[in-house]
Ligand binder design. Structure first.
Ligand code: PEP
Ligand code: MG
Length: 629
């Protein structure tokens, strides 16, 4: 009897609180339509989602939507002192869930009409249902049950009651409550990445809220046609990996992981940053044309593959590639790069249970050096932290990981990890043309400390009679504004600079490289960035060393002339774009590129500078840009 009255109260509260209003309640078919077709993403007509294009190419196929799996819920008896803490934890999970839902609702209202977004009001009102909340708190207090168990039990009970009623409208509310329950449980259990992408069985387009670099690194290229995410920016490491895998990708597409369902048929346009669900025949035809244009461009690019990257008036630009592991070398050679300008070694450290040994690292570095000989490979020492984490290192969560214990800071504080890597790099230097650089150098002292470690390792190897290149060249990445401001001091102590523009932009403009909400502020053509690049190049040349760029701007054909005009000696980019950059360099004159750079250095507006660069690039090599809207 008591149970029935609670159920009845719950219905009343829930139904009354379903804020669709009388109008909506009179039209259950309309609501059913939205729930079945809009919210579950199975709309039959074509629907276009816009995001940020981060990796070129077009693909189409079945979407697989990565949603977080739920943990098994186990009952745990709380100690008396834990009870109120648990109540608080439960309340906080409700607050967090509320924030997430209003966020989704806001985003949905931007892509659909606001009435469609109102559907989430039902979720919000269920979330505030006092009957449910009080029942959970009562269980926590009276039975000393853990919050996830108490919440799961209470909501499952109401779900089963709703599912059993005759009224179709009420039955559909069960799905809402299940969805909401999952969300609250995710927050209570702090469910994070749980997808194992190693077991994909058929080619698909992956859709998710986010893909972490460790998830992306697991992708089996055979089965991944492309991917699209709700969040992310052009230079997040996930985006960089997609380019290096040469898989079309769109990030920052807002709420696609909420709206699409596994099995939806989609077309992904990595040139223009769109994902089209249920494309019409007309759309498929148009994209067929795009693929043809791309194929004919491929033929043109083949012609330059084995030609030098030299401007029409004779300026040689060293063109090298960025790699993440030894398997990428094949692609470097196939695309005609002159060696590797950035070997991101951290991918040897993630997706494993333990640290790679010195021997393991040596084997990989040696393999790369030997395959590229006589061309060089610049091995970057470990840059863990930021958005790249190795779970076995168990780094504490930080408030600002990009400003925290990352890269050289981490290595200097972890001498054994650093030592093994340095010894492995030094040993590999005996087998090929190896150079080394440190990430995130902020000033002279950090550089001196890192160099002291290297000297110690050299002494050890000498004592062990293990050979290495005595004259191994060491460079500094220029990716923190402070380093650029003391570039003259650093230039006296290194053999080269490599500008890490991905970080230099985020640190200079205070715009997180992984956050799509500030992507409009992340402007490579901001005058501050161009001045920093020029200062780095000038300091390098004044001290007789060279300066390259290995951040993502080096692989953007729109910016090639600008960088060449600023005096950059080397560009290092994803293997797949090397031929395009070379094609462009071979069509420009250094004198014109210098005029473009002079204009940019005197201009105050990032968008005007970008527009001038785009105009220049399109006029110089129109066929490179036919695939872009
Ligand atoms: C950069 O910051 O530009 C860079 C090349 O390093 P990463 O992207 O690995 O931080
Ligand atoms: Mg960097």
């Amino acid at each position: 009897m008591r149970l029935l009255s609670i159920q009845a109260r719950f219905f009343v509260v829930t139904i009354n609180s379903l804020a669709f209003g009388a109008e909506m309640l009179c039209k259950p078919e309309a609501l059913g339509y939205f729930l079945k077709n809009v919210m579950s993403g199975q709309l039959k007509g074509e629907k276009v989602y816009h995001g940020i294009a981060v990796s070129a190419g077009v693909c189409r196929g079945k979407a697989i939507v990565l949603r977080q799996a739920r943990h098994a819920i186990a009952k745990r008896e709380l100690a008396p002192a834990e009870v109120e803490v648990e109540v608080k934890r439960f309340e906080q999970s409700l607050v967090r869930t509320r924030q997430q839902i209003t966020d989704i609702q806001r985003r949905v209202s931007q892509t659909m009409s606001s009435s469609e977004a109102d559907i989430f009001d039902a979720h919000l009102l269920m979330l505030e249902d006092r009957v449910l909340i009080e029942e959970v708190i009562k269980q926590i207090r009276d039975q000393r049950a853990n919050a996830d168990y108490a919440f799961h039990a209470a909501s499952e009970h109401y779900i089963s009651v709703l599912e059993a009623v005759q009224d179709e409208y009420l039955r559909e509310r069960a799905a809402d409550l299940r969805d909401l329950t999952g969300r609250v449980l995710d927050n209570l259990l702090e469910v994070k990445d749980q997808f194992d992408l190693r077991h994909l069985q058929e080619p698909c387009i992956l859709v998710g809220h986010d893909l972490s670099p460790s998830m992306t690194a697991q992708l089996d290229k055979k089965y991944v046609l492309g991917f699209a995410t709700d969040i992310g920016g052009k230079t997040s490491h996930t985006a960089i990996l997609s380019r290096s895998l040469d898989i079309p990708a769109v990030v920052g597409a807002q709420n696609i992981s909420e709206e699409l369902e596994t099995g939806d048929y989609a077309l992904l346009d990595g040139y223009n940053g769109t994902l089209i669900v249920n494309p019409t025949d007309q759309t498929l035809f148009e994209y067929g044309q795009l693929v043809k244009i791309k194929a004919s461009l491929g033929e043109k690019l083949k012609e330059v593959k084995h030609q030098p990257a030299v401007t029409l008036d004779g300026k040689m630009v060293h063109l090298s590639a960025n790699i993440e592991d030894q398997h990428d070398v094949e692609s470097v050679l196939a695309h005609g790069a002159e060696g590797v300008g950035l070997f991101r070694t951290e991918f040897l450290f993630i997706n494993r249970e333990n640290l790679p040994t010195e021997e393991e690292q040596y084997t990989v570095y040696r393999e790369v050096a030997a395959a590229l000989k006589p061309n060089s490979v610049i091995i970057r020492t470990l840059d863990i932290g930021g958005d790249k984490f190795a779970s076995h290192l168990q780094l504490a969560q930080e408030m600002n990981p990009f400003l925290g214990w990352r890269a050289i800071r981490f290595c200097l504080a972890q001498p054994e990890i650093f030592r093994h890597q340095l010894r492995a790099i030094l040993r590999a230097s005996a087998e090929g043309n190896v150079r080394m650089m440190y990430p995130m150098i902020s000033g002279v002292e950090e550089l001196a400390q890192a160099n002291a470690f290297v000297e110690k390792c050299k002494d050890e190897l000498r004592a062990e009679k293990i050979s290495f290149a005595e004259n191994l060249e060491i460079g500094a990445m220029m990716e923190i504004p402070s380093a650029v401001l003391v570039a003259d001091s650093l230039a006296k102590r290194v053999k080269f600079f490599s500008i890490g523009s991905n970080d230099l932009i985020q640190y200079t403009l205070a715009a997180d490289r992984t956050n799509e909400k500030v992507s409009h502020l992340y402007e490579p053509t901001h005058p501050a960035i161009l001045r920093l690049i020029k200062m780095t190049v000038d300091a390098a040349h004044a001290h007789g060393i060279w300066a390259g760029v290995c951040g993502e701007i080096a692989g953007d054909p729109m910016l090639t002339a600008l960088l060449v005009g600023l005096g950059v000696d080397e560009l290092s980019a994803a293997p797949a774009v090397i031929d395009q950059i070379k094609y462009l360099i071979r069509r420009i004159k250094l004198s014109e590129a210098q005029q473009l750079a002079a204009f940019a250095l005197n201009c105050e507006s990032p968008s005007e500078i970008l527009a001038r660069c785009v105009e220049f690039a399109r006029a110089t090599a129109p066929s490179l840009f036919e695939t872009r809207a």
